[in-house]
Design a protein around this ligand. Sequence first.
Ligand code: ATP
Length: 352
Amino acid sequence: MEIRNLVCSFEGRTVVDDVSLSIEAGRVTCLLGPSGCGKSTTLRAIAGVEMQNSGEIYVDGKLICDTVFRVPPERRQIGLMFQDFALFPHLSVAENVAFGLKGTKEEKRARVEELLDKVHLLRYIDGYPHQLSGGEQQRVALARALAPRPRIMLMDEPFSGLDNRLRDGIRDETLAILKEEDAAVLLVTHEPEEAMRMADEIALMRRGKIVQQGAPYNVYTRPVDKAAVAFFSDVNVLKATVNGALAQTPFGQFLAPGIPDGTEVEIVFRPQHLRLDFDRGGKGPVPTPSEGVAARGVVERARFLGNESLVEFRMDYDGSILKATVPNVFVPQKGRVMWLTIRRDKCFVFPA
Ligand SMILES: Nc1ncnc2c1ncn2[C@@H]1O[C@H](COP(=O)(O)OP(=O)(O)OP(=O)(O)O)[C@@H](O)[C@H]1O
C-alpha cells in the first residue's frame, strides 16, 4: 500500500501534513510519534473512516482513495485492531472471530479454529469475552481482525491497555502471527520500545509530518535532529560554537563537518555513552586523543533502576547536569568526584 501526499485538516488546522509512506506484505511499519502528532488520523484515512483534504492511497498500484474516488471502507481488505476495539460481549469467542467471515459454515469454523489455535485460545472457542483476561481478549481481537485474511492490518496502540509483562509476550506472539499471515502491517504507537520491538521499519512522525524513516537501527543510530534522539532516550546536550569545522567543548573538540564558522551547535549524546572514571588524587584518566578530554563532575544523584543505574553529575565547567547510565549496580554517594569522557563515535552534532 502506498500513501501519497496525504493531508488532513480539522477546522482549518492541518494535523496530517503531506505524509507519504508505503508498506509491504510481511513487514511491520510503525508510525511512531508523540500524542497528537496525527498518527491515528493517518490510520483513519487509510481505513476510510476519515476523509483526507488531499492525497491518494494506492493498493497494488490501484487507486483506492483520493478526494473524488473512494473505495468504501468495507471493501478495502483492511483489518483493524485498536486498543478499545472491544469484542462483542453477547457473541461467543467463535462468533466474534467469525464475524467478518464469508463462506460456508464449515469453512468459517475451520478458519476460526485455525486462528484460535494460533493465538493459543482454542479451548475458549465456546466461551464468552467476559470469561477472558484482558490479554486473552486482545488475542481474540487479533484473531478476529485476521480471520478474513486482510492484506493490510492497521493497528492503533493495540497493546496499550495491557500491563507491562503481559504486553511483551503478546507483542512477540502477535508479530509471529502477522508474519505468518503475510499482511502488510501499519502499527501506530507513541512508545519507542514498542516500535523497536515490533517494526521492520519506523516512520517517525512529528506535528503531522514524517521526519525520519528507516530500519529501527538506523533511526536510532542516525537520528535527524535532537528531538529524534530525545524521543528514544534521555539525552545530554553540550553547546558550542563552530570554528574551522570543529566545535570546542570542555570534553575537547568535536568534528562539525560542513557547518559554517560561527554557527551555534548542540552536541547531543545518550547517557549510556558517557564513560566514568574515578578521581585519582585530583586527576582524571589520560584519554587518547580520539577520546578527547575528561571533564570533572560531582555526583548529584544516583539511582539503581534494575537493568542499569542512572547517575547525575553536576559538571565543574558550568554547573550543568549530565546524566550517565551504567550497566548493573553503581550508586555512588552524592558529592563524589568523578571524571567523564564521551564516546565521540556516538555523538551527534546539530545546528542549535
Ligand atoms: N475529528 C476530529 N475533529 C477535530 N480535531 C481532531 C479530530 N480528530 C483528531 N483531531 C485532532 O488532530 C490532532 C491529531 O490527532 P491524532 O489522533 O491523529 O493524533 P495521534 O498522533 O494519533 O495522537 P494519540 O496518540 O494521542 O492518539 C489532535 O490534535 C486531535 O485533537
